[in-house]
Design a protein around this ligand. Structure first.
Ligand code: ITT
Length: 204
C-alpha cells in the first residue's frame, strides 16, 4: 500500500520514515513533496484535531486514487503557560519563526517558572484517511519538563528543552532511536500500527 504524509515539515517526514521502517508493515511512504509540496492550510481551528483534519483533507484532494493519507498536528503544552504554546507551537514567535526563535521565546516565557511549575507534555494527533472511506484518529502524549537552557542538538523544534519523564536527558540529547520509543509521535504511531494490523492492512 502507498501512503502520503500531509506535512511540509521535513523533520516529521524523517521521523515517520524511521517509524514506518521499524513497524513491519508493507507501506510505501511518500510525502507531500512528491506532489509538488504541501498545499497551504490556514491552521485556524484552535485544536490539534481540527488542524490535523484541515491538513489531511487538503492533501487528500491531490493524492492519486487508492492511496492513504496521514496528517500530524502536534505541539508542546506547558503547565506554566496554561497549555501554551500548544496548537501555536510552530508559530509561537510569529509566522515564519524558526525553531530557534520559538525556543528562545519559550525560555523567556518560562524564565520565572520555578522547578515544580516546569511540567509540560508533547501531544501528537494523527488522522489517517484510506481509499475506502477509512477515517481514523490516533493520539499520543509524552510528559516531561522544560529546562532553563538548551541541551543537545538532535531532533527539532523544542527537543533540546524537553526532558521526558523518567529520563535524565533531553530529546535533543537522546538518540533518534530512543526518541522513537517514548515520544508522543511514536505513541500515536503505535496505535495506528495496531489498527493497521487488526484490520489486515499493510500485509502486501
Ligand atoms: P505541518 O503542519 O506541515 O505538519 P508544522 O511544523 O507546522 O508542520 P504543526 O503545526 O503540527 O506542524 O506544529 C508542530 C510544532 O510543534 C513543530 O513545529 C515543533 O515546534 C513542535 N513539535 C511537534 N513535535 C515535536 C517534536 O517531536 N519535537 C520537538 N518539537 C515538536
Amino acid at each position: 500500500m502507498e501512503l502520503f504524509l500531509a506535512t511540509g515539515n521535513n523533520h516529521k517526514v524523517e521521523e515517520f520514515n524511521r517509524l514506518f521502517a521499524k513497524a513491519g508493515l508493507k507501506v510505501k511512504v511518500r510525502s507531500a513533496k512528491d506532489l509538488g509540496g504541501m498545499p497551504y492550510v490556514d491552521e485556524n481551528t484552535g485544536t490539534f484535531t481540527g488542524n490535523c483534519r484541515l491538513k489531511v483533507e487538503a492533501l487528500r484532494r491531490i493524492v492519486p486514487p487508492k492511496t492513504w493519507v496521514l496528517a500530524d498536528d502536534s505541539g508542546l503544552c506547558c503547565d506554566a503557560l496554561q497549555g501554551g504554546p500548544g496548537v501555536d507551537s510552530a508559530v509561537y514567535a510569529g509566522n515564519g519563526a524558526t525553531d530557534a526563535q520559538n525556543r528562545a521565546k519559550l525560555l523567556e516565557a518560562m524564565k520565572k517558572a520555578p522547578a515544580h511549575k516546569r511540567g509540560a507534555r508533547f501531544e501528537c494527533h494523527l488522522i489517517l484517511l484510506g481509499p475506502n472511506h477509512e477515517d481514523e484518529k490516533f493520539v499520543g502524549q509524552c510528559w516531561g519538563k522544560i529546562l532553563e537552557a538548551e541541551v543537545g542538538t538532535e531532533g527539532f523544534g523544542y527537543d533540546s528543552l524537553f526532558v521526558p519523564a523518567n529520563e535524565e536527558k533531553t530529546f535533543g540529547e537522546l538518540s533518534p532511536k530512543q526518541k522513537d520509543i517514548i515520544s508522543h509521535r511514536a505513541k500515536a504511531f503505535a496505535l495506528m500500527v495496531a489498527w493497521f494490523k487488526e484490520n489486515g492492512f499493510g500485509r502486501s
